[in-house]
Design a protein around this ligand. Structure first.
Ligand code: ZN
Length: 76
């Protein structure tokens, strides 16, 4: 895989994302597998990971918590 921004090589890494849901909940997802650019730190996710993130977000949106921290590995 190559960086979509600058075209340099990417390496396997882990990332944390914070998402604000429509119900006002702040969802933090840790340990997300990603590809990271050596040059500009652009983060890329594979299709599988994007789908999994969407499922985690959809599940979190049904819970009445204000702040949630989810570990990708345990949620997957
Ligand atoms: Zn780049």
């Amino acid at each position: 895989m190559k960086c979509m921004k600058c075209g340099r090589d990417v390496y396997q890494s882990r990332n944390t994302e914070a998402v604000e849901l429509e119900n006002g909940c702040l969802l933090v997802i840790r340990n997300i597998p990603c590809q990271k650019c050596r040059e500009c730190d652009e983060i890329l996710y594979t299709g599988d990971v994007v789908q999994q993130l969407e499922q985690i977000i959809a599940a979190a949106a049904r819970l009445p918590q204000e702040v949630m921290v989810v570990n990708y590995d345990r949620a997957a």
